[in-house]
Design a protein around this ligand. Structure first.
Ligand code: ADP
Ligand code: MG
Length: 282
């Protein structure tokens, strides 16, 4: 059995009487792309929130890279290499795309008051490195041309790419993506999937909540099903060549996908291209 990067045991998160996450046990392989599917309200986003430290678990434990992270603050979990993006992107709309990315590294020396007086050149050098790294990740996510634009004017798909660019600043080992395909047009979705696959080839793992089953089947090595707060099944998707344009999405999970989208005649070739580059390991 390959090594686990994330191990969750007996994890519960209550909101009053509601057990949004209810005794979840989960083991995520290092360097894999794992899908997390389930109907709306199943507790997927809450599970991400608990893993990333936004919600304190009511019960249970989380280990990341063999270190207990349950109860740590979100910034410590982020700096440990576990990053998440949000179902609804949260950029700072009045700041530029570049500024949004440069904000990410925590504890920059320029933020410490005395450094600005006594270590001005060191701070400038650090800012230069930060800017170079930010431009590198913007180049990777095909957003370099938008660096000077306000983040608020980006399309929904570009905002998802910006979220990916932001988390790439910390060289994460595992990225939690919450509905990356929702509201993204087909060509940007292809680009987003390219980036996920390319990062995965460099060893970055992903846990992806997604309703678009073509995407899940094409890129995920393993799929976990969640319902009513509990993870109920784990399966290996069949090889993606069996996917047809009519295979998506499962009706119970299809909120957010219009009928027109599902019948889009351009989708099948797009899915074929996806399959051609899918990182399937038997
Ligand atoms: P999913 O992402 O699978 O659609 P969520 O994790 O968003 O599901 O929600 C799971 C359940 O928890 C839902 O019933 C939702 O209304 C509830 N819930 C989510 N966040 C909160 C919160 N902050 N306070 C109270 N209830 C919440
Ligand atoms: Mg959700």
């Amino acid at each position: 059995m390959s090594q686990a990067i994330l191990e969750i045991s007996g994890l519960t998160r209550r909101f009053g009487a509601l057990r949004a996450v209810d005794g979840v046990d989960l083991r995520i392989e290092d360097g894999a792309i794992t899908g997390l599917i389930g109907p709306n309200g199943a507790g997927k986003s809450t599970l991400f929130g608990v893993i990333a430290g936004e919600y304190v678990p009511s019960q249970g434990e989380i280990h990341f890279a063999e270190r207990r992270i349950s109860g740590l603050t979100p910034d410590r979990i982020f700096r440990a290499g576990l990053a998440r993006t949000f179902q609804i992107p949260r950029p700072f709309p009045q700041m530029t795309v570049l500024e949004n990315v440069m904000l990410v590294p925590l504890a920059q020396s320029g933020e410490r008051f005395w450094n600005n007086w006594f270590r001005a050149s060191a701070v400038r050098a650090e800012e230069g490195r930060l800017r170079d790294r930010a431009m590198e990740v913007l180049g990777f996510t095909a957003l370099a041309a938008k660096a000077a634009d306000l983040a608020g004017v980006l399309s929904g798909g570009q905002q998802k790419l910006l979220e990916l660019a932001r988390v790439m600043m910390v060289d994460p080992r595992l990225i939690l993506l919450d509905e990356p395909a929702a509201g993204v047009n087909p060509s940007l979705l292809e680009s987003l999937i390219d980036k996920i696959v390319a990062l995965n080839a460099r060893g970055v793992g992903f846990l992806i909540v997604e309703h678009n089953m073509d995407m899940v089947m094409a890129i995920c090595r393993t799929v976990v099903v969640m319902a009513q707060g509990a993870s109920s099944a784990k399966a290996r998707p069949k090889p993606c060549r069996t996917i047809s344009a009519s295979s998506t999405p499962i009706s119970a999970m299809s909120q957010g996908h219009s009928r027109r989208e599902r019948q889009d005649p351009h989708r099948e070739p797009s899915v074929r291209r996806l399959c051609a580059r899918a990182p399937h390991r038997p």
